[in-house]
Design a binder for this molecule. Structure first.
Ligand SMILES: Cc1cc2nc3c(=O)[nH]c(=O)nc-3n(C[C@H](O)[C@H](O)[C@H](O)COP(=O)(O)OP(=O)(O)OC[C@H]3O[C@@H](n4cnc5c(N)ncnc54)[C@H](O)[C@@H]3O)c2cc1C
Length: 511
């Protein structure tokens, strides 16, 4: 029997498959589509998602293919009214190495993730969607589109907004579907320099945006052609001739000629989420569990982070941890999904207002206060335990980075120590020695002592960035989860805090 079958090889399913495969879980990832998705669709990675990719070992590759700083050039009624880079003020800090969003087409992210998954020996099975399934107390039996019958210990539906898995589970998918439509596509064109994200608003006629991608011939086209809207808010079928007409109508005079369309689509706003992420041995993640407006660019990011939250827990359960470990997945991610729906809906409202009042609408105006998702966390989770009253991040908060050097003087960041499938126990100060020595016997934990120059610690906190980032004043233990959030803070001398924690969350028997 396979450990886990993942339905859907979008960004969510691929991230989950990597997380499981790199922990030795026997996983199959099947997709209904006959070919990999070709469109640029979700084209923004938040700083937090870049940190996830860093842990998976593919952040550098994504950076090579993305724009970190691309000005937005905005026209209203034909006049250039603004040009600015929304990330201009951002720069990396010691605790946050990825300073802002990365513009990169979704097909490229998926290709990078597929290549990473292949390194673990797992390939996506195409034209093999999950058609139906049933579950018992011990297993799930799925029937694929090919007719193949598959028995697995768990099934995860990462099969997008129209999820077959979700529908079969009969969970609620509360929310609303709106009439508002947007045209979307990838086009090749002449007449524009790929040096900005061009955005045109023409009062009463609509909105058009053309976004280039680094080292690619294709641009993403987004259009809201108000004049073509039907009574129900619908738009004509997308086609290259129709896209050309929209460009002439909204951006005529720029000499833009669309030569080719490699992807054509219509997008309708849906704001919905499930009330459960898990029913028995079947779980939901990504768009299968929550869909929302593209404002703020959170969909793919939230799906990747669902998978990142679920992956290590599901792997532990497959290794013998109790199934209750999976309850924390819903406990932690359901509030994030609810927050994301609210933030993106509010963002859409702001963007729509700008269209209506004819202001210098910027398609990313919908971005919200925590647009980079660095402040999202799980402080109220049953997996978060605060046993020390430091001033820094609390249990459940994101674990910050810090530049240090190793014993040989080679630069080594905390993120280098976190990278991989393990928990990391950071020990600040000499009295942590006992807890670190005990943790060295655990299969789950990598112990790392942090000290001043000359202390002989694993990592030397040369400039004090690590102590500052963690708000450490006295000797302190910080247990960091495999997905980069603080599990526990405890006094350095405590040799019981970590075993108690593992016991409490039910993984001591596999530690
Ligand atoms: C205009 C636009 C802009 C966007 N911008 C952003 C952005 O900047 N940032 C961002 O984070 N997000 C953005 N998004 C959202 C993003 O594209 C989605 O949230 C993301 O694709 C969700 O990933 P997923 O893996 O959960 O689902 P999907 O990408 O939808 O993947 C689901 C997969 O499941 C497969 N499948 C379907 N049924 C079955 C079945 N029964 N069995 C097996 N496989 C099945 C499908 O073929 C597909 O490959 C944008 C979306 C749009 C439309």
């Amino acid at each position: 029997m396979t450990d886990v079958v993942i339905a859907g090889a979008g960004p969510t399913g691929l991230t989950l498959a990597i997380e499981l495969a790199r922990r030795g879980v026997d996983v199959r990832i099947v997709d209904r589509a006959a070919e990999h998705f070709p469109g640029s669709r979700g084209k923004g990675l938040t700083a937090r998602t870049q940190e996830v990719l860093d842990d998976l070992g593919v952040a550098d590759e994504a950076l090579q293919h993305g724009f970190r700083h691309l000005p937005h050039r905005r026209y209203v009624d034909g006049d250039l009214v603004a040009e600015d880079d929304p990330h201009a003020q951002r720069s990396p800090t010691p605790d946050r190495p990825y300073d802002g969003g990365l513009l990169i087409p979704q097909w490229r992210i998926e290709r990078i993730l597929r290549a990473r998954l292949a390194e673990e020996g797992v390939r996506v099975e195409l034209a093999a969607g999950v058609a139906e399934f049933s579950q018992s107390a011990d297993s799930v039996h799925a029937v694929l589109d090919t007719g193949e019958q598959v028995a697995a210990r768990y099934l995860v539906g990462c099969d997008g907004g129209r999820s077959t898995v979700r529908k079969a589970l009969d969970v609620r998918f509360e929310g609303e579907s709106r009439a508002q439509a947007m045209l979307l596509g990838d086009v090749e064109l002449d007449g524009l320099e790929p040096d900005a994200w061009y955005q045109w608003t023409v009062r009463g006629r609509g909105f058009l945006a053309l976004c280039p991608f680094r080292d690619e011939r294709s641009w993403q086209l987004q259009a809201v052609p108000l004049r073509d809207f039907g009574a129900e808010g619908g738009v004509p079928e997308p086609s290259l001739p129709y896209f050309r007409r929209i460009v002439d109508d909204l951006a005529g005079g720029h000499g833009i000629h669309l030569s080719k369309a490699t992807w054509l689509s219509t997008y309708r706003v849906n704001v919905r989420m499930v009330d459960r992420f898990k029913v028995g041995r079947v779980l939901l993640a990504g768009d299968a569990a929550h869909v929302h407006p593209p404002a703020g660019g959170l969909g793919m990011n939230t799906g990747i982070q669902d998978a990142y939250n679920l992956g290590w827990k599901l792997a532990m359960v497959c290794s013998g941890a109790p199934q209750s470990m999976l309850d924390s997945y819903e406990e932690e991610r359901l509030p994030v999904a609810a927050w994301t729906l609210g933030a993106s809906t509010e963002g859409l409202r702001r963007v729509a207002e700008r269209f209506v009042d004819g202001g210098s609408a910027d398609i990313t105006d919908g971005a919200h206060r925590d647009g980079q998702q660095l402040r999202l966390g799980y402080p109220s989770s049953s997996l978060s335990v605060d046993g020390d009253a430091g001033n820094g991040p609390r249990a459940g908060d994101r674990a910050p980075d810090a530049p240090c050097v190793d014993r040989s003087g080679t630069p080594r960041r905390l993120f280098d120590a976190f990278r991989g499938p393990h928990f990391t126990l950071l020990g600040f100060g000499d009295s942590c020695a006992g807890a670190l020595a005990d943790a060295a016997h655990s299969r789950l934990i990598e112990p790392v002592s942090i000290g001043a120059p000359g202390s002989g610690a694993d990592l030397v906190d040369v400039d004090g960035h690590a102590r500052t980032a963690y708000g450490v004043t006295g000797d302190t233990l910080v247990l960091v989860r495999p997905d980069g959030y603080l599990a526990l803070r405890a006094p350095g001398a405590s040799t019981t805090a970590v075993p108690d924690y593992l016991n409490r969350v039910g993984v001591s028997q596999i530690a």
